[in-house]
Design a protein around this ligand. Structure first.
Ligand SMILES: [Zn+2]
Length: 511
């Protein structure tokens, strides 16, 4: 083993899949991130990477702590969406397999993952990937993986890796730090540490809006887990999972990685955390505001400058959970109510953005929303509009989840609908960074009402303008509705709480 200069394979496969959304294609990965070889290294060391921030975090810490040689293979990321096109996923696996075989002797593998993927032919693509990696590199090579806390964890996933590192924060403002943490564990593994991973799953599939980590039941669980890190406990990850994957893997899962092969310590702690989660299950329910109440509130706040400005979160159309970012329920209702001083972002409609670019700044026209996409919830809407400003949609995030991340919304336009200013984009994404408005010279501090297509990550980007008591989650129809009874589940293990009130759970004899 080349201990003074370890060779570490670098790869990434990250997508959060919503069973109810349209299939995620090769073109979707191409539009987001699908890079190979040295491009991966240059992005990770650029200071404004297009990848997830765990990769730059991992590189920075590895660079700081000694010699190493990255062996970059492929990093493929796409916006949350439907199950991944089977041909793309199979081809990805083949390329990783061939790349690992051709790489020569490797000392370790780092994987930037998400953990809630689906493909058309498998409900556990992440597990399939790790199994292939393990088979090729053998049982002794450290495989360190970073996961989103929305990962749906399987036995296959944990049995084929050495260290499991899950995000601790939601909004995910700690992704970079988790990459740094992964590098520390990597150094320890390279120095000979032997690890053991255990998991315990409980039948809790919580609505995504009840999984914030500033406060609440999930915050308490994660905090408790972190008090146990140290000694033989290397990492504690409490994975809430992603409901809309509708997969057999769904369910809140406590995952513990132990040092010194101390499987018993890991097993005891994962069981302890799972039991605590079950004990607080009632706290994972959360109420929303009705559309009617939200619009009434927005209209009055827009008129009365003495009242605090507000954010309305269109949580049921969150592109960050597979929503299309183009439902018109809120837009239409705000327009009918004559709401003023509203910023609305970001609306995914490439055809409308192209039309605005064709007409040019200053043009007044009838804006037709959703002329090209006809999903169940993507209803058409026509409205008089003025093209205020155009943009190529490229920016580097400045706050929260996207801080120092390079993003591309595609050709974009700011339209004024008479008191409602809408940012229309071409590449589907959620609204979570102030730059998505500021690139159009909009001053968020002056807005009375901001509407975001986002479930919760906007909280990390907009917290300098809005405190939690100024945020309202609105109950509209959509592909990411927190009302789980709205969906026809096919693979979710039932009964599951809170969907099925009568759900029971008995702790297993061991993890
Ligand atoms: Zn997540």
């Amino acid at each position: 083993m080349s201990q003074d200069n370890p060779r570490i394979a670098i790869l990434g496969f990250a997508i959060e899949c919503n069973r109810f959304s349209p299939v995620t294609t090769a073109a979707d990965f191409e539009q987001d991130v699908d890079i190979r070889g040295n491009r991966i290294v240059s992005e990770a060391r650029s200071g404004a990477s297009i990848t997830m921030p765990d990769l730059p975090g991992f590189f920075t810490e590895m660079d700081r702590t000694g010699n190493w040689t990255p062996v970059p293979l492929r990093v493929s990321l796409a916006q949350p969406g439907g199950p991944v096109e089977e041909s793309f996923f199979r081809e990805f696996l083949r390329e990783i397999e061939a790349g690992l075989k051709a790489a020569g002797p490797l000392d370790a593998v780092f994987i930037s993952s998400h953990g809630a993927a689906l493909a058309q032919g498998t409900d556990d693509p992440d597990g399939d990937l790790f199994e292939i990696v393990r088979r090729i590199v053998g049982p002794e090579i450290p495989v360190v993986v970073v996961f989103d806390l929305h990962a749906n964890v399987s036995r296959k996933m944990i049995d084929n890796i050495s260290v499991f590192v899950g995000y601790l924060e939601n909004p995910h403002t700690d992704i970079y730090e988790r990459g740094v943490e992964a590098a520390k564990h990597m150094r320890e593994c390279l120095a000979g540490a032997k690890t053991a991973i255990t998991m315990v799953k409980v039948p809790i599939v919580a609505p995504q809006i009840s999984l914030l980590t500033a406060k609440g039941p999930y915050a308490d669980l994660i905090k408790y887990g972190q008090t146990k890190v140290g000694g033989d406990i290397l990492n504690v990850s409490v994975m809430a999972g992603f409901a809309y994957s509708d997969s057999p893997k769904n369910g809140l899962t406590a995952v513990v990685t132990a040092r010194n092969g101390n499987r018993q310590a890991a097993a005891d702690l994962s069981l302890d955390i799972a039991g605590r989660a079950w004990g607080m299950k009632d706290r994972f329910k959360r109420a929303m505001m009705s559309l009617g109440d939200a619009v009434q509130l927005a209209a009055s706040v827009g008129r009365d400058r003495r009242r605090k400005p507000i954010i309305l979160a269109d949580v049921a159309d969150n592109p960050g959970g597979g929503g299309r970012g183009n439902t018109t329920y809120l837009l239409r209702a705000l327009r009918s109510a004559g709401a003023q001083n509203v910023l609305f972002g970001v609306f995914n409609d490439a055809a409308l953005a192209a039309k605005a670019h064709q007409l040019g700044e200053g043009a007044i026209f009838t804006a037709s929303f959703n002329t090209e996409e006809h999903q169940e919830f993507s209803l058409p809407f026509d409205c008089q509009a003025k093209v205020v400003k155009l943009s190529d949609g490229r920016y580097v995030g400045r706050r929260g989840v996207l801080r120092n991340v390079s993003s591309d919304m595609g050709p974009s336009a700011l339209l004024d609908l008479g008191g409602i200013q809408v940012v229309v984009i071409s590449h589907r994404c959620q609204c979570m960074d102030p730059r998505q408005f500021e690139m159009f010279d909009l001053d968020i501090a002056q807005a009375r009402v901001v509407v975001v297509k986002s479930r919760g990550h906007f909280r990390g980007g907009f917290d300098e303008f809005f405190k939690p008591d100024q945020i309202y989650e609105v109950d509209c129809p959509g592909l990411t509705s927190p009302v789980l009874a709205n969906f026809t589940w096919t693979k979710l293990p039932r009964p599951v709480y809170p969907l099925d009130e009568e759900t029971t759970w008995m702790p297993p004899p061991s993890a």
